[in-house]
Design a protein around this ligand. Structure first.
Ligand code: PMP
Length: 356
């Protein structure tokens, strides 16, 4: 029985994508490797609606998040957080010796653009981080409105974590004015975990030139310069197997049509939200609901571990709450290549188990 992972990443990967990972390995210093990276770059630019450069990393998204705050803050970073993944960026700043302040909102609520404006008006900060889709609470932040505020602050680098949204929700990077937009491949993009990518603007590049202590593996400027000097190669040895699969999957995504893909995610989200409202409550502020996952308030006090034991016998899995919300919520993802029918099947199975 094929497994259906409805946790917010990793998710199921289709057979044809997995097969790509078995492509015979090539030299990472070959012309073919350059062509492969170039091809991924072209497609990723379309996914992010950007002309900015694309950096790849053989790490999950956390690596690029750490690299961005470390490499591109020269004064002080402001981390805007509405949950566990936002908080993570604060920890990265502090532990990397970057002066970093955390601005938090109540769980289940979104970051208010006015709050960003007020913080930036102090003139203390030259980089901000925002989580687009906070996977612990199901909030989709208004990165567009925050981008509008940022237009007043020329020297501020805008970093956005789109780890659980890219590939499922439209992120027009250049229109919004995002300098570094980071995602992992194991969520709405639909690949096995182990790679991440980000967009990298000219503003981010110039900033990184002013930061001397950028580390080695997650030095975004080194990645950028290597691309330019070595015709789209990676400074160390990348996961070429992932790159074959990513190139293939991005092709499939573009073939589906980005707008179609986003619409499919919206439709899957609606089905899960309706179900959640019928039997439970949605935890998240209704004005900021994510199209890639739903965080459900466990108003019926169901035993999620027991439910999952039964679901697993049927080939499905959903997720517990995350962090502080572990026991109060559970999470259902609806991202990647799943269809509305897959989502309905999952819910039908949950209904049968819970006797709804
Ligand atoms: N940010 C968000 C919003 C996430 O959902 C996750 C993973 N759950 C991360 C960052 C960390 O990404 P990764 O596990 O790919 O390092």
């Amino acid at each position: 029985m094929s497994k259906k992972l409805f946790i917010p990443g990793p998710i199921d990967v289709s057979e044809d994508v997995l097969e790509q990972m078995a492509t015979p390995v090539i030299s990472h210093r070959s012309k073919e490797a350059s062509e492969l990276q170039k091809s991924i770059t072209e497609k990723a630019k379309k996914l992010f609606y950007t002309d900015n450069e694309i950096l790849l990393s053989t790490s999950s998204g956390t690596g690029l998040m750490e690299g961005s705050i470390r490499c591109c803050t020269s004064k002080r970073a402001a981390v805007f957080s509405c949950g566990s993944f936002g908080d993570r960026w604060h920890k990265m700043g502090i532990t990397n010796g970057v002066p970093t302040d955390l601005f938090k909102v109540e769980l289940g609520h979104a970051i208010e653009p006015e709050m960003v404006d007020k913080v930036l008006a102090t003139g203390k900060y030259d980089l901000i981080t925002v989580t687009h889709n906070e996977t612990s609470t199901g909030i989709r932040n208004s990165i567009e409105d925050i981008g509008q505020i940022l237009k007043k602050y020329d020297d501020v680098v805008y970093c956005v974590d789109t780890v659980s949204s890219a590939g499922g929700i439209k992120i027009p990077v250049d229109e919004i004015g995002i300098d570094i937009c980071i995602t992992s491949v194991q969520k709405a993009i639909g690949l096995p975990p182990g790679m991440s990518l980000c967009t990298f603007s000219e503003k981010a590049r110039k900033r990184a030139e002013k930061v001397p202590n950028r580390g080695v593996y997650f030095d975004l400027l080194a990645m950028y310069e290597y691309i330019k000097k070595k015709n789209y190669q990676y400074p160390s040895t990348p996961s070429l197997s992932h790159m074959f699969a990513l190139n293939y999957q991005l092709e499939k995504i573009l073939k589906e049509g980005l707008e179609n893909r986003f619409k499919r995610h919206e439709n899957m989200a609606k089905i899960v939200r309706n179900w959640a409202e019928e039997h439970f409550e949605i935890f998240t502020d209704k004005n900021h609901l994510s199209n890639t996952l739903t965080v459900v308030k466990n108003t019926q006090n169901i035993d999620v571990s027991k439910l999952n034991e039964e679901l697993q016998k049927r080939g499905y899995l959903i997720a517990n709450g995350y962090g502080e919300l572990k026991d109060k919520t559970f999470r259902i993802s609806h991202m990647g290549d799943y269809t509305e029918e897959d989502v309905r099947d999952l819910l039908k199975n949950i209904d049968e188990i819970l006797g709804f």
